[in-house]
Design a binder for this molecule. Structure first.
Ligand code: NCD
Ligand code: ZN
Length: 346
């Protein structure tokens, strides 16, 4: 049995850091584990301009604990009215690493998102020309489509036609949750990748209803059937460079989750690497964790790999029950109160 594993420091290629007091509360967890993170732009108001992204990046850097080396990679939030030149200028200046497509009303803070992908044809054409990655929340929003089918329908009706129109556009299929997504990405060229979250590797949809309704297992895209989870585990642990780490850690106050209409989002940042280690260990693939967590993402984004290392030890830890917010509220971490088999030691 492997007792300890040292790998290059990983990066989180899909993360929600929020803003203000919540940012100060959640950022240290991510900065402790990861060297860089792709920061999602779904604030209110959304990050749609260069100035907003620079100001948000400055607030993130100011919220870092002293002497912690962490690099936030900023993204632009696409709307029906996005000016292609703003996106291109931000990419050229090195401020926007990518742009995020939220279909309008697909998820938290997506009301300002895109109502029809054809509305942003010119933006996407320009992004394909300059090699700027498009990050997609891959779900249709038609309420007539079953929530468990929204990812597969998005792939068939939006994503495949998009890749036919713009075959060179670089795309990350964010938080893949189905075997359809795995198959699509695996068969695509190296310009298309996908992130996979720890919770989609660990949960199937029964987890949302185990003995009662479990709001802390509710996220979007929603967790799916067991065969989809198994396809994700196979993809993540296969060594295929199309697939890389993205936690989609999405903190919400307990009061916003344990309510009649609870928010979508799972806060896994405090133990993200331990959770991935558990998955890779169970699949007998710990020797492939470094590639998934630390090598495939930089390769896709054309960035250098991190020079530092982290060490994970096979020794138990108990996940805290809650993380306190300065306003008196709290956030419930994924697996709160449970014992994990792995621990990040340095
Ligand atoms: C995210 C959030 O809360 O910002 N929620 C989630 O369930 N993942 C938004 C998103 O990525 O869909
Ligand atoms: Zn997300």
């Amino acid at each position: 049995m492997i007792k300890s594993l040292t790998i290059r420091q990983p990066d989180d290629w899909h993360l929600h850091l929020r803003d203000g007091a919540a940012l100060k509360t959640v950022l240290p967890f991510t900065a402790h584990q990861f060297g860089r993170a792709i920061v999602m732009p779904n604030l209110t108001p959304a990050i749609t301009t260069l100035d907003a992204a620079i100001a948000y990046r400055d607030r993130i850097l100011a919220a870092l604990p002293p002497a912690v080396d962490f690099k936030p990679l900023m993204t632009a939030y696409l709307t029906n009215g996005t000016d292609p030149d703003v996106i291109a200028e931000g990419f050229r200046d090195g401020v926007f690493v990518a742009a995020k497509l939220y279909p309008a009303h697909a998820t938290t803070n997506s009301a300002a998102g895109v109502t029809d992908i054809r509305n942003i044809d010119r933006v996407l054409e320009l992004m394909a020309d300059i090699g700027m990655p498009l990050l997609v929340h891959g779900e249709v929003t038609d309420p007539a489509v079953d929530i468990f089918d929204r990812e597969a329908v998005f792939i068939d009706t939006v994503l495949i036609p998009l890749t036919e129109r713009l075959p060179t556009l670089r795309i990350v299929f964010e938080h893949a949750t189905t075997e359809h997504a795995v198959q699509f990405v695996r068969e695509a060229g190296a310009h298309i990748g996908a992130t996979i979250t720890p919770h989609h590797l660990l949960l199937n949809r029964n987890a949302m209803f185990q003995g009662g309704i479990r709001p802390h297992h509710y996220c979007l895209p929603i967790v799916k059937r067991e065969h989809h989870r198994l396809a994700l585990v196979e993809a993540a642990t296969s060594g295929d460079p199309h697939f890389f780490l993205g936690t989609d850690s999405a903190p919400h106050a307990v009061s916003a989750k344990e309510t009649a209409c609870g928010c979508a989002g799972i806060f896994n940042a405090p133990t993200a690497m331990e959770l991935y280690a558990e998955v890779f260990d169970a699949a007998n693939a710990l020797d492939r964790l470094e590639a998934f967590a630390s090598l495939h993402g930089p390769r896709f984004y054309g960035l250098p790999v991190n020079e530092r290392t982290i060490t994970l030890e096979h020794s138990s830890q108990i996940v805290p029950n809650a993380v306190a917010l300065p306003d008196g509220g709290e956030i419930r971490p994924f697996r709160a109160g449970e014992t994990l088999a792995w621990r990040l030691v340095a």
